[in-house]
Ligand binder design. Structure first.
Ligand SMILES: CC(C)(C)CCc1c(C(=O)O)[nH]c(=O)[nH]c1=O
Length: 312
């Protein structure tokens, strides 16, 4: 059975990997994800130029009944140089994704320039869920700002680059972000990032469950699956076919992986469920995915990729 994927010149023997932010802050975590026989790759925690401690804890909370998670980590990471050193020296046959999340455009451009001039030969993911300027929405919700930064990036960047997007909820927003992205030689789009600024309450104490931002945080896990499917499907329908799609959000079973591929995903990332089960989740999900294909006598993901049927 062929459970592989392809982005740019990179072939992935398995389509599953971690979502940036989960199991990818330290070299030990990165090594564990890469060492899993059932992961196809690894993505680093989104890097800022300097190391960051992130927000005060509690900053991550697992919701009850496996509903999902809420987080306001605050970009804790070991700093750009730490991850560059890792990806330059790590021996692996698997393609590697390097995620950058500068808090300013200049930080992003500086990190991307250094990646461009380095011997890094993997894929770069620019996290557009970062704030643009105070008082304005995150970059990916500011279509002019998105166009502006991609114009500057592609004036010098020649390696395979994709963007990590927050979810959109308005059909016109799908049209607008796709119209921007289609103007650039992107290798991929990764959709979705967490659903922004959710709120969860501890019923025993009538208190929010995380400390930062008065309890507001990004939502992940099964409760975001329908939004993830919609964003993968909507962008697949709108983006040039040269722009591949990484589907992220709501994966807890092989059927969830199958559904994201049906909507057009080339690779699939696991976040919240990886926090729950650790790296054995990759073997479970791939086994369940193979069973779903078996049920319908499919031999490869290529036969179902983008083949979601509508009711005519
Ligand atoms: C939300 C930001 C802190 C601007 C970026 C990092 C990030 C975080 C984080 O580090 O809080 N959490 C997410 O669910 N998605 C993200 O992209």
């Amino acid at each position: 059975m062929d459970l592989t994927g392809q982005i740019a010149n990179f072939h992935f023997n398995h389509i599953l990997l971690n979502a940036a932010g989960v199991k990818c802050q330290t070299t030990a975590e990165l090594d564990q994800v890469l060492a899993s026989p059932y992961s196809g790759s690894v993505v680093t925690k989104s890097a800022t130029p300097m190391t960051r401690p992130g927000n005060p804890s509690p900053r991550y909370y697992q919701l009850p009944e496996e509903l999902g998670s809420v987080n306001s980590m605050g970009l804790p990471n070991e700093g750009f140089a730490y991850y560059l050193d890792y990806v330059l020296n790590k021996k692996t046959d698997k393609p590697v994704f390097f995620s950058v999340a500068g808090l300013t455009k200049d930080d992003n451009l500086a990190m991307l320039m250094e990646l461009e001039q380095s011997n890094f030969n993997g894929l770069v993911e620019l996290n557009l869920s970062c704030p643009n300027v105070p008082g304005k929405p995150q970059t990916a919700y500011d279509f002019e700002a998105t166009r502006a930064i991609l114009t500057e990036v592609f004036s010098f960047f020649t390696k395979p680059l994709g963007v990590k997007l927050p979810p959109y909820f308005d059909m016109v927003h799908f049209d607008m972000i796709a119209a921007v992205l289609n103007d650039f030689p992107l290798a991929f789009v990764n959709t979705i990032n967490s659903i922004g600024n959710g709120l969860a309450i501890d019923p025993h104490t009538d208190t929010v469950v995380i400390k930062p931002k008065g309890g507001f945080g990004g939502l992940g896990g099964s409760l975001v699956k329908a939004t993830a499917l919609a964003n993968v499907r909507a962008l697949r329908e709108r983006l040039n076919e040269s722009i591949k799609i990484i589907g992220t959000g709501g994966v807890t079973s092989g059927r969830d992986v199958y559904d994201l591929v049906l909507c057009g995903a080339d690779l699939v990332e696991v976040g919240t469920q990886l926090m729950v089960e650790d790296t054995p989740v990759f073997e479970r999900l791939e086994g369940e995915l193979a069973n779903e294909l078996d049920k319908k006598d499919y031999q490869s993901l290529a036969e179902i990729r983008g083949k979601l049927q509508i009711i005519s």
